[in-house]
Design a protein around this ligand. Structure first.
Ligand code: XBP
Ligand code: MG
Length: 251
């Protein structure tokens, strides 16, 4: 493969973490502060339009009638508790990798690819999650919402990753799950493989070079948009990523 650099999103991409991971931690944080709020799966799916858990909380609290200052103060306290709770979940192995991710990361390592992380999530849980599941030393770069406050869909995190790695956008492949992540990559001119999940499969995938519904190890990955030849045996491999780069060059 000639795609020597791959930038992975975390939530929804490497791990299907939102529905039974982050959402549960947010609800436990509400309970810990004695607040009556609970996010059911549908409500949370709608709130995912807002990237960054603290901003998501502040928005919701303002909607519940808290004034802006009170909402911001509460959001900071809630988010600190939530991050601690979710970090503990990551450390006890309660947040599994999506099927095929570890196999793909191993294949990328064997192909001497440079692999980085670009997530709006908080470093407080991102590091223990990545270390617990994959080993942090596997990643040449890990950028989180703590370092890059201008969150997806802004391209800021991709620009920062490209600069840190010293690679041009068109020689990199982004692997994302959501419209926000896709727009961030596109705005930075980075070709994108979109691996959707139950929360994001109905979002607009336009702009992605290839759209699949998984990495293929539990069941064959279905190609939802793009060249099916990129996923010949239903598994996303380094050659799939090379196809994404080639499609971007000829697109
Ligand atoms: C997804 C997000 C994050 C998580 C919650 O990040 O938007 O905010 O939902 O994590 P990505 P925090 O898909 O870019 O990995 O509460 O730490 O923000
Ligand atoms: Mg994501």
């Amino acid at each position: 493969m000639d795609a020597t650099t791959v930038l992975f999103d975390v939530d929804g991409t490497l791990v299907d973490s939102e529905r039974h991971g982050h959402r549960v931690a947010f609800n436990d944080a509400f309970a810990k502060l004695g607040l009556p709020y609970r996010w059911d799966e549908e409500t949370y799916g709608q709130l995912l339009a807002i990237t960054g858990g603290r901003r998501r909380l502040a928005h919701y609290l303002r909607e519940q009638g808290h004034d802006a200052d009170e909402a911001d103060d509460l959001a900071v306290r809630l988010h600190a508790d939530k991050t601690e709770l979710f970090s503990a979940a990551c450390q006890r192995g309660a947040v599994p990798a999506r099927p095929g991710v570890t196999r793909l990361l191993d294949e990328l390592a064997a192909a001497d690819a440079t692999v980085g992380i670009v997530t709006t999530g908080s470093r407080g849980w991102v590091e223990p999650l990545l270390d617990n599941l994959f080993g942090l030393d596997r990643f040449a770069l890990t950028l989180t919402g703590d370092e890059i406050d201008d969150r997806k869909p802004s391209p800021a995190i991709y620009h920062a990753a490209l600069e840190a790695l010293g690679v041009p956008a068109r020689e990199v492949v982004a692997v994302e799950d959501s419209r926000n992540g896709l727009e961030s990559a596109l705005a930075a001119d980075v070709p994108c493989l979109l691996v959707v999940n139950d929360y994001t499969r109905e979002e607009d995938p336009s702009g992605a070079e290839l759209v699949v519904d998984g990495f293929g190890d539990d069941e064959p990955a279905r190609v939802l948009a793009g060249d099916a030849a990129a996923v010949p045996d239903g598994r996303v491999t380094p050659d799939t990523l090379a196809h994404v780069l080639a499609a971007a060059r000829t697109g």
